[in-house]
Design a protein around this ligand. Structure first.
Ligand SMILES: [Cu+2]
Length: 186
């Protein structure tokens, strides 16, 4: 049962590091069409896309036989019309990885004749980073300094008083916590 304490500690530290870095470390990879991949026929990609949530930083993987398919990113108009002329992006490597960098709608079709019309097309709606979403954990409010120096009175002969809790900076705390956990584990 003591181990659980260490595990919780690791988790808390990880959360701390994640929040400190402000990066989307929860980025996910989605295989378009899951195990079936990017083909024409059996997969309804609209239903597939609706069953997933995509965020900025996530990755789409299109797996396909490049002899018979490709991946063409197009505008909404071209997506609706299944036209792949003058695409926004074009891939034909058979295993296409696309990082979703911008929030909003992205449209992908297969450029082979008839495939898009037959359903080989997918609209991906990219949501903002989870961190910018509904309820980020509230940051601990910094407590007010012990002594409020009168800024207007620079000739004040009181010594500037730096509260202890300001000396213990966040990185220092993180490092300290890491040291404690490493100490526990090894
Ligand atoms: Cu195709």
């Amino acid at each position: 049962m003591k181990r659980m304490g260490v595990g919780n500690g690791v988790f808390i530290v990880l959360m701390f590091v994640v929040m400190a870095q402000g990066e989307n470390v929860w980025a996910l990879e989605y295989n378009v069409g899951d195990s079936t991949g990017w083909i024409v026929g059996p997969v309804n990609y609209t239903i597939w896309a609706a069953s997933n949530q995509f965020h900025v930083g996530d990755t789409l993987v299109f797996s396909y036989d490049k002899q018979f398919h490709n991946v063409v990113e197009v505008t909404k108009e071209k997506y609706d019309k299944c036209t792949s002329a003058a695409p926004l992006a074009y891939y034909n490597d058979g295993n296409t990885t696309v990082v979703l960098k911008k929030q909003g709608s992205h449209y992908y079709i297969c450029g082979f004749p008839g495939h898009c019309v037959a359903g080989q097309k997918v609209k991906i709606t990219v949501l903002p980073l989870p961190a910018a979403g509904p309820s980020p954990p509230p940051a601990p409010a910094p407590s007010p300094p012990f002594v409020v120096l009168d800024k207007g009175n620079s000739k004040s002969n009181t010594f500037p008083s730096v509260p202890l809790h300001q000396l213990a900076s966040a990185p220092l705390l993180a490092a300290l916590m890491w040291a404690l956990i490493v100490f526990h584990l090894f």
